[in-house]
Design a protein around this ligand. Structure first.
Ligand SMILES: C[S@@+](CC[C@H](N)C(=O)[O-])C[C@H]1O[C@@H](n2cnc3c(N)ncnc32)[C@H](O)[C@@H]1O
Length: 220
């Protein structure tokens, strides 16, 4: 677990834009580009949602403004403090400092679990996918986005994050092609899997890996 690295990463980041190009103070963004890609509709109409690796909490805040009770979880305490301060006026959103897998160990049920360049990228999917499945209500949606894999560089990968302390802090992330994500999700019980790449906007070149899936059984 690389909490120290994520605390360092948090120090290098600001709160982001105050408003989007439409003048809204909250919005949902799956991609690395401003005002681009699909929106909150990918999550269906959940009552309760969980954001794994919420960062400044803007996506979670947006869900709260459209009536969804949302929990944002992030391993970096500085990010969680920032999110709590920035969104304290909103009633339906709470933030917790925790590792995603640890949080799911004692979490309630959710109708939607999502991760935008978040914990799903940085946690072994062999552990995280079944834990998420166990905390989704029947019919519930899992959705996540991250950078697409580099050709032939698949599986767990290491990188260094360098913060204001100038020390190298190691993180790991997991990169797979869309078809491999689909197989993994189906192996852990998910269905209606859609995995693909959102094309980059004009003038950019790197698309966004975007995956959605559903828990369809009636076990609960
Ligand atoms: C690249 S940022 C993305 C933040 C946010 N989702 C967004 O779209 O702006 C990745 C975030 O995931 C968090 N994170 C990484 N690993 C995590 C884990 N295992 N559990 C919870 N949060 C994690 C980091 O602290 C960081 O805030």
């Amino acid at each position: 677990m690389s909490q120290g690295a994520w605390d360092v990463y948090a120090m290098t980041k600001g709160p982001g834009r105050a408003v989007n190009s439409a003048g809204h103070s909250t919005w949902f963004n799956w991609t690395q580009y401003a005002d681009h890609g699909p929106g909150v509709e990918l999550l269906g109409t959940p009552d309760r949602a969980l954001d794994l690796g919420c960062g400044t909490g803007r996506n979670a805040a947006h869900l709260a403004t459209v009536g969804v009770r949302t929990v944002g979880v992030d391993v970096a305490g500085a990010r969680v403090k920032q999110a709590q301060e920035q969104w304290k006026a909103l009633e339906r959103v709470t933030f917790a400092q925790a590792d995603a897998l640890a949080y799911l160990g004692s979490a309630p049920w959710f109708d939607a679990v999502y991760s935008v360049f978040g914990a799903l990228w940085f946690t072994d999917p062999a552990h995280l996918l079944p834990a998420i499945y166990e905390h989704l209500t029947p019919g519930g949606v899992l959705a996540f986005s991250q950078e697409p894999p580099i050709a032939e560089c698949y599986g767990p990968q290491g990188a260094y994050v360098r913060g204001t302390d100038r020390k190298p802090h190691a993180i790991r992330r997991w990169a797979y092609e869309p078809g491999v994500w689909a197989q993994a999700l189906e192996r852990f019980g998910f269905s209606e899997v859609r995995a693909g790449t959102v094309p980059a906007p004009d003038g950019e070149h790197l698309g966004t890996l975007l995956v959605t899936a559903r828990r369809c059984d009636r076990a609960r």
